[in-house]
Design a protein around this ligand. Structure first.
Ligand code: SF4
Length: 389
């Protein structure tokens, strides 16, 4: 079944949980785990809970009991992604408005490795259009193995980063050469939501009875904007929340952009940036992505920014999630859980994350600055010419 839903052609699902346990019991290793936003909206289904039950606190508790040294949140890096991608969007828009004919618009989101793999193979003539921002999984790994390893006073090779993802394509993403330093991957191992559930069962933990627990700091702090990365439309909504305030220097009149939400395969909306209309496109599913890309290639696209996610519904419907057998009602319940988590957050805009602000002031400098480019941005390949992995 995973083959049917995994858009990258990851033909077999390789179980990495035994390697994760080997790292945890190795006394020389510090093992850090990060969990993607969509995992908390679906993990409970593996333990008989209703679809859409949010299990963030129980999941953190389970990860701690499994023996991870630091339990962090990919959402932290999702906030970081918005800082970088939002800055890139505003930079390209500014040049466009100044009359630069060479600037590439629309900017395309780049956080989904299934989608990245698709455009590298199918649209290699357009690889300079997507944002160069790495995905949250990879930004997290790059920061964990530099900034956080320094705080721990540990060498990067003694730090093992594990990700829990709704996604099988993330296993392929962390194996890409450009996300390694001297052969050491920024993210060592990626396991799916289903693999985590199996690890919890193997450890005989009574998941439903676990106490709620909180993520560790500093890489566990996140805003509501990061949470909504887990569903279609969420990445671009998060980007709009930050880009609007950075561009207009005014607080957003409203935080919920209903016009960007929903389940139609292709959606569009125009958001008023205080007099500047920004045209946004959204596609989920690669067939829908293809239609928007063909419009861009033909010079017919009116969009300034487009979010594309390979899986139906975005990551809530990822190939590593509990099987939902194509039931859209299950996806809608998971999506509802994601929006509820966003609503419940004190901070809901990525640029307000205090630990992200601290990371820039202490370590990175500024969004899209020199150090950010080195650690948080990537490049793409024409896979028709060169097979990288
Ligand atoms: Fe993975 Fe999410 Fe992309 Fe699906 S939409 S391939 S789960 S990153």
């Amino acid at each position: 079944q995973c083959v049917a839903v995994c858009p990258t052609g990851a033909l077999t699902e390789r179980d990495s949980s035994a390697k994760v346990m080997d790292a945890i019991v190795d006394p020389k290793k510090t093992v850090i785990v990060q969990t993607a936003p969509a995992v908390r909206a679906a993990l409970g289904e593996e333990f008989g809970m209703e679809a859409g039950t949010l299990v963030t606190g129980k999941m953190v508790s389970a990860l701690r009991k499994l023996g991870f040294d630091h339990v962090f949140d990919t959402d932290f890096a999702a906030d970081l992604t918005i800082m970088e991608e939002g800055t890139e969007l505003l930079g390209r828009l500014g040049k466009h408005l100044a009359g630069d004919k060479d600037v590439k618009l629309p900017i395309l989101t780049s956080c989904c490795p299934g989608w990245v793999n698709f455009f590298e193979h199918q649209f290699p003539d357009m690889i300079d259009i997507p944002s160069t921002a790495k995905s949250p999984q990879q930004m997290f790994g790059a920061i964990a193995k530099t900034y956080f390893a320094d705080q721990l006073k540990q060498k990067r090779e003694d730090v093992v980063v594990v990700s829990v993802m709704p996604c099988l394509a993330k296993k392929y993403e962390c194996a890409r050469d450009e996300f390694k330093v001297d052969g050491d991957p920024d993210v060592n191992l990626s396991i799916s939501t289903r693999e985590l559930a199996q690890m919890i069962r193997n450890a005989n933990l009574n998941f439903e009875a676990l106490e709620e627990d909180d993520f560790d700091q500093p890489l566990g702090e996140s805003t509501g904007a990061a949470v909504i990365f887990g569903t279609t439309g969420g990445v671009i909504e998060a980007a709009v929340r930050t880009a609007y305030e950075v561009h207009t220097k005014k607080p957003l009149p409203k935080l919920d952009f209903e016009e960007l939400r929903g389940f139609e395969g292709i959606r569009s909306a125009t958001i008023d940036f205080d007099g500047l209309p920004i045209n946004i496109g959204i596609a989920h599913g690669l067939g829908n992505a293809r239609k928007l890309l063909e419009d861009i290639r033909a010079g017919k696209s009116q969009f300034h920014a487009i979010e594309i996610m390979a899986c139906p519904g975005g990551c809530i419907g990822g190939g590593g999630q509990p099987y939902h057998h194509g039931d859209v009602e299950v996806l809608k319940k998971r999506q509802h859980a994601i929006y509820e988590e966003d609503k419940g957050k004190v901070l809901r805009k990525s640029h307000e994350n205090p630990f992200v602000q601290k990371l820039y002031s202490e370590f990175l400098g500024e969004p899209c600055g020199h150090k950010s480019h080195e650690l948080l941005h990537t490049h793409y390949y024409d896979k028709k010419k060169k097979i990288e992995i």
